[in-house]
Design a protein around this ligand. Structure first.
Ligand SMILES: Nc1nc2c(ncn2[C@@H]2O[C@H](COP(=O)(O)OP(=O)(O)OP(=O)(O)O)[C@@H](O)[C@H]2O)c(=O)[nH]1
Ligand SMILES: [Mg+2]
Length: 302
């Protein structure tokens, strides 16, 4: 059984934007002022050696700064999710590749009933100014393998622009921030760029209602990528195989769903029952229609 979370009609969800950043001072200077006013923006600093934190605080004085506990984007996001106090979390890269004007579209997919709004560059209305042919091919192959092995219908497995209800975080079983780093200096599985794959495979396995939202990835403004297509591609491959083995049984999914139901009614949120298997519905670029106001930068979507 699968449940959708919806808040009572008159309650606006509070939005937390989690921004992982490693040496992104020059980009944050441009990107942060473009964000809409929301409940909170959390910058998760990845031991930056430039002025990432100072710049963020200067251009957005009320930003919440979290220092990640180990290394890697996965650890950064997990630290940010732990610190989030909003109802909805939006994952938002710091390098200028995510368009803030798309945030209302993600939020609307969630308030319309989805548990997870998954950005996709490969549905109608989506696109990328940034992805190389080699990376697109790798992403396509890993995406196809995931759909084949895990029965999902994703179109963009490794994309980092996504949003979901904060309430689902505990069920994702991410590595806790206080787990010590590995003695050999290597990253734990889950601490690196494989995080998006972990999130996507687990939310599908848990039966959450996932809606793909078209998204156009822009060019990183300054600096260079932290991603290594080959080594990070292998990390993603390992995750796909591991997640296939750890898929929860039907009984575990049922228990999780009963637990969610109880938590939701405790929190005064309503639930609606949806279909049994992970269903991916795409929001087309033309719908749901957003008003011009909702599309504009610095609109209050919280
Ligand atoms: N805190 C933290 N942030 C990170 C780390 N690695 C990457 N990031 C951030 O995660 C976001 C995505 O990383 P990128 O290096 O842009 O990777 P990418 O988007 O796959 O690569 P490009 O498309 O080439 O930009 C950026 O905001 C990075 O600063 C990390 O180890 N710690
Ligand atoms: Mg990037």
């Amino acid at each position: 059984m699968n449940q959708s979370f919806s808040t009572p009609e008159n309650v606006k969800p509070r939005i937390t934007i989690v921004v992982p950043a490693r040496n992104e001072a020059r980009n944050l200077e441009i990107v942060l002022p473009m964000l809409p006013p929301v409940h909170e923006v959390i910058l998760v600093d990845g031991h930056s050696v430039d002025d990432t934190v100072e710049t963020a605080v200067r251009v957005m004085p009320d930003i919440k700064v979290v220092h990640q506990t180990r290394k890697g984007k996965g650890n950064a996001l997990a630290c940010g999710f732990e610190a989030a106090t909003g109802d909805i979390i939006v994952m938002f890269d710091a390098d200028g590749s995510a368009d803030p004007a798309e945030i209302p579209r993600f939020v609307e997919a969630l308030t319309d009933g989805a548990d997870v709004a998954k950005g996709s560059r490969f549905v109608r209305g989506g696109g990328s100014e940034d992805i190389t042919r080699f990376r697109a091919l790798g992403n396509w192959g890993l995406n196809a393998l995931t759909n084949l092995l895990l029965g999902t219908k994703y179109t963009d497995l490794c994309y980092g622009y996504n949003a979901f209800w904060t309430r689902i975080v505990p069920s994702l079983d991410l590595l806790p921030s206080d787990l010590p780093a590995r003695a050999d200096g290597q990253m734990h599985n889950g601490d690196g760029f494989e995080i998006e794959t972990i999130l996507n495979t687990r939310i599908a396995a848990l039966g959450y209602d996932i809606v793909e939202v078209p998204s156009v990835e822009k060019l990183r403004i300054h600096g260079v990528s932290n991603l290594n297509a080959i080594s990070d591609g292998f990390r993603v491959l390992r995750v796909i195989l591991a997640e296939r083995r750890r898929r929860p049984s039907a009984a575990e999914r049922l228990r999780a769903s009963i637990r969610r139901s109880a938590e939701l009614s405790e929190a005064g949120l309503t639930t609606t029952t949806a279909t049994a298997t992970p269903v991916l519905a795409s929001v087309s670029s033309t719908g749901p229609e957003l008003s011009d106001d909702a599309r504009g930068a610095r609109q209050d979507v919280a």
